[in-house]
Design a protein around this ligand. Structure first.
Ligand code: LLP
Length: 372
């Protein structure tokens, strides 16, 4: 990520992907700040010892209490790096709280880029019909209204954008960033402080063992110079930021489970003791997470991905979770003979797994172990 978006790019880890403080701290050591969407996530970043100046607050769900917390931090002389506002209403509420507290907050304005992202519809937040961000007109009007208001409150600093997650191609992202650069250039003419463009996250990860058919971060980054050149030099953003989540952590996490039952249901079926409560992505998005058998020492029996199906003794095995729902399945995987008590691992579970886990069926909070 750093090679693709080197300094002075601001790199903010989107901690909704993985909010374990030890991981946030590890990424902070590598130069990443944290992008948070609530006071809950903010508290996780603070537990990782991040200073507020490297934390940014965004999100469609910010409550008055979240906004007031950002104002209080500024009043204590310890402001967040910025707050990205979602709507004219949110901007007005935040401005009122900030003026009441006699502080000025740096804010970005989230643009709905109105593009058609190359990802699953459920992850395409940059489409025009989505609930996220403001249209170009709403955004410029909101900034103008703030500029005309009494001094103090909010200092408009730029535009925030997030086209979608697990982007399978760069085209929609490029279109979205181009629009943001244009809108930013327009506002910047009358407002020199309007100097920041945060292009969001969305950098994809192909399931382990699959041909790498997704664009790498560098492929996205390579578009930036030409996009900036679409506006005059004095209208370009001075500060650029990215907010990767998945790309930084997806491969780094495995869920370890035990086999509960092995049944013959036409094909072999293994029920294991982890499923949609621990990893909802297959049930929710049809996501593929490779499942491998582990030795008693916790090593993969075969690490060759799909090629393992050629191994003698391996057979296609449907792997289902322990929850009382038939959507609780992890799909078909090539696995060696299994019996109750054997260990298996679900791969690529470092992003949007634990952070999206639930207590459904009365399941306890899972232990998470950080290995170096
Ligand atoms: N910035 C914003 C404003 C976002 O909404 C998100 C993710 C990111 C950055 C980080 O996106 P990433 O680099 O991780 O793609 N639960 C889904 C993914 C939802 C992403 C939500 N927003 C999944 O498991 O695939």
């Amino acid at each position: 990520m750093e090679a693709a978006f080197p300094d002075p790019w601001i790199r903010q880890f989107s901690i909704k992907a993985n909010d374990v403080p030890a991981i946030i701290a590890e990424l902070a050591r590598l130069g990443l700040g944290a992008n948070v969407v609530s006071r809950g996530e903010w508290a996780r970043a603070r537990r990782a010892w991040l200073p507020n100046e490297s934390i940014t607050l965004e999100g469609v769900g910010k409550t008055d209490a979240d906004l007031r917390a950002a104002v209080s931090a500024a009043r204590r002389g310890d402001p967040l790096r910025w707050v990205a506002v979602e709507s004219p209403e949110e901007a007005e509420a935040l401005a009122t709280f900030a003026q009441g507290a006699h502080v000025t907050l740096d804010v970005l304005f989230r643009l709905n880029p109105d593009v058609a992202p190359e990802t699953q519809a459920v992850l395409a937040v940059g489409s025009g019909a989505s609930k996220f961000g403001m249209t170009e007109t709403e955004l410029t009007r909101t900034v103008q209204r703030l500029a005309g208001a009494a001094p103090g409150g909010l200092r408009p600093r730029g535009i925030h954008l997030h086209v979608g997650s697990q982007l399978g191609a760069i085209d929609a992202w490029r279109d979205g960033v181009r629009r943001a650069v244009a809108v930013l250039g327009l506002v910047r003419g009358s407002m020199p402080d309007f100097d920041t463009l945060d292009v969001g996250g969305g950098f994809p990860v192909a399931p382990f063992g699959w041909a790498p058919s997704v664009p790498a971060p560098g492929r996205f980054a390579r578009e930036i110079p030409a996009l900036l050149e679409t506006v005059p030099a004095d209208r370009r953003p001075l500060r650029l930021a990215v907010e990767p989540g998945r790309f930084l952590v997806a491969r780094a996490g495995w869920i370890v489970a035990r086999v509960l039952h092995v049944r013959d249901r036409g094909a072999r079926l293994a029920v294991i003791d982890a499923g949609m409560a621990e990893l909802v992505r297959p049930a929710l998005y049809g996501a593929v997470h490779p499942v491998v058998a582990l030795t008693s020492r916790g090593e993969p029996v075969d690490d060759a991905g799909p090629a393992a199906s050629l191994r003698p003794g391996f057979e296609p095995t449907r792997v289902d979770g322990p929850i009382c729902e038939s959507t609780d399945t992890l799909g078909v995987h090539s696995l060696p003979p299994l019996r109750r008590g054997d260990l298996v691992a679900i791969r690529d579970a470092g992003a949007y797994a634990a952070s999206m886990s639930s207590a459904y069926n009365g399941r306890p909070r899972r232990a998470q172990v950080l290995l170096r």
